[in-house]
Ligand binder design. Structure first.
Ligand code: PNW
Length: 484
C-alpha cells in the first residue's frame, strides 16, 4: 500500500515538472519526413566496373605514399553496386520516408560526353530507384557529391569556367534519365567543403578556392534553370543546393563580429548569393578580401566578381535550403593568423582562430564534438537571415568506432532532434531530416576509421554484411511515433 502510494506520487511528480511535460508532448508535425543518406563514392565500390572511369577520389585513394588513413580506398567500399536490394531492405526495416543518395558522374558519363551514356551505370541507378519505389521510399538524389571525373579535374575541374557547362550537361542527362521518378534533386553537395577543405584536390591559395566557389554557384544556378525550363512542367519536382556549416560561437562578447565573419565566409559565401534579397557575395567577403589583396600587392581583389546578370541568375535559384550540420566551434579575432595559415589563403582572409574546448563531449572524429545547442542556433540564424526558407536537413549524424551498441549515436540523435524541435517551435520551417548515414562507409580522408552508419558494415566479409546497430531501433521508433 505504502509502496503503491510512493509509486503514484513519483509518477505524478515526474510528469508535472515543466521540462517533463514539454518532453512528453513533443511531437513532429506530420509534414516532416525522415530519411537517411549516403554518397556514391562512399558506398558503391565497383570503381572500375562496367565502363565506369576514374574520379578524383579513385586517383587520390590510389596515390602513394597514401594520403588516406591506413591506405584505405573506396574500390569496394560497402559494395552497394551489388547490394542495392539489401540497402533498400534496410530502409524498409527502419520505415524511412526517403533515401538520399548520389549519382557517380563518371559511371553515367565515362567519356564526359553527354552523348556517350553508360548503359550499365544507368541500369544500376534504375534498379535502385525502382526497388525503393516498390516499398514507397522516396528517392532524393544528389547530382554531384565530391567525385569529380578525373579527366575533368585534369582540365582544372571547378577552377576552370568550362566546368559550369560540363556540369549542366551532366545534370540534364540525369534529369532526363531519372526525372520521371526522382522529384527531389540536390545539385551539388557542400561546395565549400570541396573548394576549401579538399586541398589535395583543389590547390587552395586564396585564389583557386574562390574561383571554384564562383563556378559551383554558376553551375548550380544553371542546372536549376535547366530543370525549371525543360523538366518542371513535365515532372513537377524540386531542385536545391546542399550547404554545410558549423555553428560559430564567439569566445567572448568582443568576438561577436569575428564569429559572424567566420559564418559569412563559411555559409554566407554560398547562401548569400542564393538566398539573400540582394544576392552576390556577402559584403564582408568583398571588403576583407579586397583589403587583404591590396595589402598583398595584388592589382585587384582575389575574389572574382559576379556580373549583374550572374547575380540575378544565382539569386533565388533553390527551392529549399539544404543543410548539412554536425558540430560547433568557438571563435576569436586574430588578424595575423600567420604561423597558423599561409598568406594569402582563405583562412588568412577570414582572420579568426577557431577551436573546440576540451570540455565539449568528444566523438571518435577529432573535428566533431557534440553540440546540439549549435544546431538550434544555426537553424534560427538561417530562418532570420534568409527569410525562413523551407529547410531540408540533408545530413546530421555522429561517428563512432566499431560495435553495435552505439549509445552515443542514440543520444546524439535524441539531443539534435530536440534542438531541431526547439527551433521549429520558434518558427523554423524544417521539412526534411536526414540521418547520416544509412550504413558505415568510406569517410574520405579517414577511410573506414570513423563510422557514421546506423547499420554496421563488415568490411572484412566478401558480401559486406550489414547489421543494425542500437540506433536503428531508436530511429525506427522516432519515425513511427514522430516523437523524440
Ligand atoms: C560531409 N567538417 O562532409 C559529407 O557530405 C559526407 O560525405 C561525410 O561523410 C559527412 O559529412 C561526415 O564527415 C563533411 O569538418 C566533412 O565540419 C567535414 C565537415 C563537415 C562535413
Amino acid at each position: 500500500m505504502v509502496i503503491k502510494y510512493w509509486i503514484v506520487l513519483y509518477l505524478v511528480l515526474s510528469l508535472t515538472t515543466g521540462e517533463q511535460i514539454k518532453q512528453f508532448r513533443r511531437k513532429f508535425s506530420d509534414n516532416i519526413i525522415f530519411g537517411a543518406g549516403t554518397s556514391a563514392y562512399q558506398i558503391e565500390g565497383a570503381w572500375n566496373k562496367d565502363g565506369k572511369t576514374e574520379s578524383v577520389w579513385d586517383r587520390l585513394s590510389h596515390t602513394k605514399p597514401c594520403v588516406i588513413h591506413n591506405c584505405h580506398t573506396g574500390d569496394i567500399a560497402a559494395d552497394s553496386y551489388n547490394n542495392y536490394e539489401r540497402d533498400v531492405q534496410m530502409m524498409k526495416e527502419m520505415g524511412l520516408d526517403f533515401y538520399r543518395f548520389s549519382i557517380s558522374w563518371s559511371r553515367i558519363l565515362p567519356t564526359n560526353s553527354p552523348d556517350d551514356i553508360n548503359k550499365a551505370g544507368v541500369s544500376y541507378y534504375n534498379k535502385l530507384i525502382n526497388e525503393m519505389l516498390k516499398y514507397n521510399i522516396t528517392p532524393m538524389v544528389t547530382i554531384h557529391h565530391f567525385d569529380v571525373p578525373l579527366q575533368l579535374e585534369a582540365l582544372g575541374g571547378w577552377v576552370n569556367p568550362k566546368m559550369v557547362d560540363w556540369f549542366v550537361n551532366y545534370a540534364r542527362v540525369v534529369y532526363e534519365l531519372f526525372g520521371d521518378r526522382v522529384k527531389t534533386w540536390f545539385t551539388i553537395n557542400e561546395p565549400r567543403e570541396y573548394c576549401t577543405q579538399m586541398s589535395e584536390i583543389v590547390n587552395k591559395s586564396g585564389v583557386n578556392d574562390y574561383l571554384c566557389a564562383r563556378h559551383m554557384l554558376l553551375g548550380h544556378a544553371k542546372a536549376y534553370y535547366v530543370y525549371q525550363n525543360e523538366f518542371k512542367a513535365k515532372y513537377g519536382g524540386k531542385v536545391g543546393i546542399v550547404l554545410n556549416s558549423l555553428w560559430y560561437e564567439p569566445e567572448s562578447e568582443k568576438d561577436a563580429e569575428a564569429a559572424e565573419d567566420k559564418l559569412q565566409f563559411e555559409l554566407g559565401q554560398y547562401a548569400h548569393p542564393i538566398f539573400s534579397k540582394t544576392g552576390d557575395w556577402p559584403s564582408v567577403l568583398k571588403d576583407r578580401i579586397a583589403a587583404k589583396s591590396a595589402a598583398q600587392g595584388f592589382s585587384e581583389s582575389r575574389l572574382p566578381e559576379f556580373t549583374p546578370e550572374e547575380v540575378e541568375l544565382i539569386k533565388g535559384s533553390s527551392d529549399f535550403f539544404g543543410l548539412n550540420h554536425y558540430t560547433s566551434a568557438l571563435v576569436y579575432r586574430n588578424n595575423s593568423v600567420k604561423g597558423f595559415y599561409p598568406s594569402p589563403s582563405y583562412e588568412d582572409d577570414i582572420g579568426v582562430i577557431t577551436y573546440q574546448p576540451e570540455t565539449w563531449e568528444k566523438t571518435i572524429a577529432t573535428w566533431l564534438k557534440v553540440t546540439p545547442w549549435g544546431f538550434y542556433k544555426l537553424l534560427n540564424k538561417i530562418r532570420e537571415d534568409y527569410g525562413n526558407p523551407p529547410l531540408y536537413v540533408t545530413e546530421n549524424g555522429c561517428p563512432t568506432g566499431p560495435g553495435l551498441f552505439d549509445t552515443q549515436r542514440v543520444f546524439f540523435y535524441k539531443k539534435y532532434l530536440n534542438a531541431m524541435l526547439d527551433s521549429i517551435d520558434e518558427g523554423s520551417d524544417v521539412r526534411v531530416y536526414t540521418a547520416w548515414s544509412l550504413m558505415d562507409n568510406f569517410e574520405w580522408f579517414m577511410g573506414y576509421h570513423d563510422k557514421f552508419g546506423l547499420y554496421e558494415v563488415d568490411f572484412n566479409s566478401p558480401t559486406r554484411t550489414r547489421t543494425p546497430r542500437a540506433s536503428v531501433f531508436y530511429y525506427k521508433k522516432v519515425i513511427k511515433t514522430r516523437r523524440v
